[in-house]
Write a protein that binds this ligand. Structure first.
Ligand code: NAG
Ligand code: NAG
Ligand code: NAG
Ligand code: NAG
Ligand code: NAG
Ligand code: NAG
Ligand code: NAG
Ligand code: NAG
Ligand code: NAG
Length: 737
């Protein structure tokens, strides 16, 4: 949406964002130049000469005309940001040492119950190493005074930590032994009025994600009584390093790269980035894919959100095989908000309504009957967008609106007492509105409309929400972005699902509950939804695994999380694995997976060779003399990935062999037997060998999975489970056309 603008993977912010953007565009004086990222692969060994190299390259393109490098990346990878025209960008792309040149675009940001819901109670066994694990959070910054970031019980930062805290006396921002580092990145230097020019979070999103991953225990947390309990992150004694790369107008590629360049060299163990969106880009023209490749090379797993563009096919962002992408599922908490009409009928809608109208009834009006005739027609005012309603007609009334997308903003600014919103889209989660509100689907919405339209003096009241138990949970929420992977369909994405709906976590005290200006409710904990919220659950679980296995590679940790995930029901999620990947996160089991599918830089390079990346690019990425191997076809099916994806043509016979290698990380002697489950039909699947007998820890054994037949359906999925009686190492197998 909005032409490649990127935001956080969370909803509440989208509105705030739009207003700031035009401001930015206008302030760009140089009309035909825009900022580009020139990416040059791995870092040069001699870091000091990198900046000189960058300015001499810029000089080569511009000659005597002076032009500044806006930012140089040199710590973890090599590249720079510079303003270019399209022709200049093309010229730059042809220069020696350049991997890719892409425009600097904007991206979007895409409690307590959630950990217990996954079977991960407060009292789980914890490694003493937990306090040595550092999670790098790339987000909107942090609210350091939140009780979730209290450092009680924590010693000084681990000695490996090389990062720092941007100290700003005027903002009182300080780090402690919980938040051990904090920096902010804004390469264009444009700080908007809503933003703090510091790592401080004016939004709430970064505070929420950081506390979900690694927040300390806070008793008695709730949002006005909702979600009440002890708030905690997945690893309450792990450390947090903050990289503020998102602002009230979104997150720019240049800043994402700058934050990640630092995070990698600062020594974080896990990167958590709930950001994405924009157009689908090739792996090496995407800031997050590029940086997560270098993170992987440095032993750091990147966990990212799948996006909130679902449920359409291939809507996922962040899908490189060297990172873990996370879908959003529900927990057993949902909200019901009843509305009673003047005819005594009660309808049950959805929203998180913290307001109590104390059963008082208010006159009702339909938005379509209240246009501000100087600005809107009845056709547009029925949607209740800002400035479309007549204040005189709406003031003090409950206004009925024909979409939930206006988020109550127009109703609030017109002085309404409340809003009842109906929508054609089904609404499967609850949002916060800046005034009393409840949302209805088509059938109830039509009944409410008919009441309002057929009554001379319609009235209604909106009750405070009640929390109800959703017995169907977990299932993937409609907004969660779906696979398949748009660049490499045979790498199943998303990889895993985790709670991302109605999550209670810490919040910025300065940001209103609904994130909507004019809402005067300020809280320390808030309930929000998005894949942004599911991502830090997996980051916390990855840190938990790392605390027991500090030497494991990023791929091993990724494998442990994926192969221990609980299978989810396909009936309730038609897109099956393309909605939930390997299944529902199980942090406890992930710490003891039995076997892992490991992979290293060479394996990903071979995969890239198979994807048609030329040796020249491969050498820039690895900064050595790597060539594409001759003894492998570098096919996707040879990448040692913990799931199996196969895309084929309908009704055409095929045979495919997947090669995999399992590493024993359980007991020294273990005999694993293969258990294949696949729907009966036109496909035959076998495993060779179907028994793996290990005699030592770290031992690797290889096997093949062979799939043959013809496809007469759009998608079929099953699983391979290696079972030694103690561990069930599960990988989904998905065949699709
Ligand atoms: C910083 O602290 C001073 C003195 O306590 C206070 O007046 C000021 O509002 C604080 N600033 C912020 C941004 O919290
Ligand atoms: C408000 O209405 C509800 C349901 O109709 C009822 O249970 C409750 O007692 C009422 N509260 C007051 C204060 O009248
Ligand atoms: C109608 O909109 C105009 C322009 O925004 C505004 O000045 C005026 O106050 C509005 N009138 C009413 C009755 O809401
Ligand atoms: C609303 O009521 C009027 C008059 O009672 C009727 O003509 C009209 O069709 C109704 N609108 C809808 C959409 O049902
Ligand atoms: C919801 O119900 C299930 C059983 O149906 C129960 O196990 C679970 O604890 C309940 N959740 C809450 C939040 O009460
Ligand atoms: C990756 O692992 C393979 C063996 O599995 C090894 O031959 C290769 O050297 C490793 N590559 C790197 C970069 O460590
Ligand atoms: C790459 O190969 C060249 C010439 O064959 C050699 O001089 C250079 O040292 C090699 N570089 C690395 C990093 O191995
Ligand atoms: C590569 O592909 C060719 C043709 O598909 C096949 O004959 C050969 O065995 C493959 N090589 C390897 C190493 O898998
Ligand atoms: C194999 O998996 C199926 C389906 O998950 C299960 O019902 C069956 O009991 C398993 N068989 C063995 C021998 O574990």
């Amino acid at each position: 949406m909005e032409g490649g603008k990127y935001l956080l993977h969370c909803f509440l912010l989208a509105l705030l964002t739009t207003k700031a953007v035009s401001h930015l565009v206008q302030s760009n004086a140089n009309a035909n130049r825009k900022s580009y990222i020139v990416y040059m692969g791995d870092r040069l060994k001699d870091g000091t000469s990198t900046a000189l190299l960058h300015s001499s390259m810029v000089q080569d393109v511009f000659g005597s005309e002076s032009k500044t490098v806006l930012y140089s990346y040199k710590k973890s990878f090599n590249g720079f940001v510079v303003d270019l025209t399209e022709e200049e960008a093309q010229k730059m792309a042809g220069m020696k040492g350049v991997v890719s040149v892409f425009s600097n675009e904007k991206r979007k940001l895409h409690t307590t119950r959630s950990w217990d819901f996954m079977g991960f109670p407060q009292q789980v066994e914890r490694a003493t190493m937990e306090s040595d694990v550092i999670i790098g959070i790339l987000d909107t910054g942090i609210w350091p005074e939140s009780l979730s970031f209290d450092d009680k019980g924590l010693g000084p930062p681990p000695s490996k930590w090389k990062g720092s805290c941007q100290f700003l006396p005027q903002d009182n921002f300080t780090c402690n032994n919980k938040i051990i580092g904090a920096k902010y990145y804004r390469s264009d230097g444009l700080f908007l009025p809503d933003d703090f020019e510091s790592p401080r979070d004016s939004d709430g999103h970064g505070t929420h994600t950081a506390s979900t991953a690694a927040g300390n225990l806070v008793d008695g947390a709730s949002l006005y009584g909702f979600g009440s309990g002890t708030a905690r992150g997945g690893v309450p004694s792990a450390r947090i390093a903050v990289y503020k790369i998102c602002w009230s107008d979104g997150c720019q590629d240049a800043d994402i790269l700058a934050g990640l360049d630092d995070a990698i060299s600062d020594g974080v163990d896990i990167i958590s980035i709930s950001v994405g969106g924009g157009r689908t880009r090739d792996y090496f023209e995407d800031a997050i894919d590029i940086a997560s490749f270098h993170a992987m090379k440095n032993g750091i797993l990147t966990v990212s959100s799948a996006g909130n563009e679902g449920p359409g096919r291939s809507t996922i962002s962040n899908f490189s095989p060297w990172s873990l992408s996370v879908a959003a599922s529900t927990i057993d908490r949902k909200f019901s908000t009843k509305v009673q009409l003047g005819n005594k009928k009660i309808y049950e809608g959805v929203s998180i309504n913290t307001f109590d109208l104390k059963n008082k009834t208010y006159p009702m009006i339909y938005g379509g009957d209240a246009p501000n005739t100087t600005t809107a027609s009845s056709r547009s005012s029925r949607l209740c967008f800002p400035n479309s309603l007549d204040k005189k007609l709406v003031k003090g009334k409950i206004v009925l609106c024909d979409t939930i997308r206006a988020n109550g903003i127009g109703a609030l600014s017109a002085g309404a007492a409340g809003t009842v919103a109906r929508d054609l889209d089904s609404i499967d989660y609850s949002n916060l509105f800046p005034l009393p509100a409840s949302c209805f689907n088509f059938v109830d919405g039509r009944n409410i409309f008919q009441y309002v339209n057929s009554t001379s003096a319609p009235t209604a009241t909106i009750f405070r929400s009640s929390e109800v138990n959703d017995s169907l949970a977990p299932y993937i929420i409609s907004f969660s972005s779906r696979g398949p992977n748009p660049i490499t369909p045979e790498i199943i994405k998303p990889d895993i699902s985790a709670p991302g709906v109605h999550i209670l976590a810490a919040w910025s005290s300065i940001s209103p509950v609904s994130s909507i200006p004019g809402d005067n409710r300020f809280v320390t904990f808030n309930i929000i939804s998005g894949t942004s919220m599911s991502c830090p659950h997996v980051s916390g679980a990855a840190a938990y695994v790392k605390s027991f296995h500090p030497t494991w590679s990023p791929a091993a940790i990724q494998s442990a999380l994926m192969t221990t995930a609980a299978p989810m029901r396909s009936g309730i999620n038609m897109e099956a694995e393309f909605a939930y990947g390997s299944g529902h996160l199980n942090p406890l089991k992930a710490a003891n997976p039995g076997l892992v599918y490991d992979a290293n830089e060479t394996d990903y390079i071979n995969f890239l060779c198979g994807q048609g990346y030329a040796t020249r690019l491969i050498q820039l990425l690895s900064k050595d003399n790597s060539t594409c191997p001759k003894d492998t076809n570098g096919t996707v099916s040879e990448l040692n990935y913990p799931s199996f994806g196969l895309s084929t043509s309908p009704l055409k016979p095929f045979s495919r062999t997947f090669k995999r290698t399992a590493t024993n990380v359980g007991s020294p002697t273990a005999v694993y037997r293969a258990n294949l489950s696949f729907p009966t039909g036109t496909l035959k699947i076998r495993v060779n060998p179907d028994v793996l007998s290990f005699t030592s820890v770290g031992q690797k054994l290889s096997f093949e999975v062979i799939v043959e037949g013809t496809m007469d359906k759009a998608m079929m999925s099953g699983a391979l489970v290696w079972d030694d009686g103690e561990h069930k190492v599960r990988s989904p197998i998905v065949v699709f056309i």
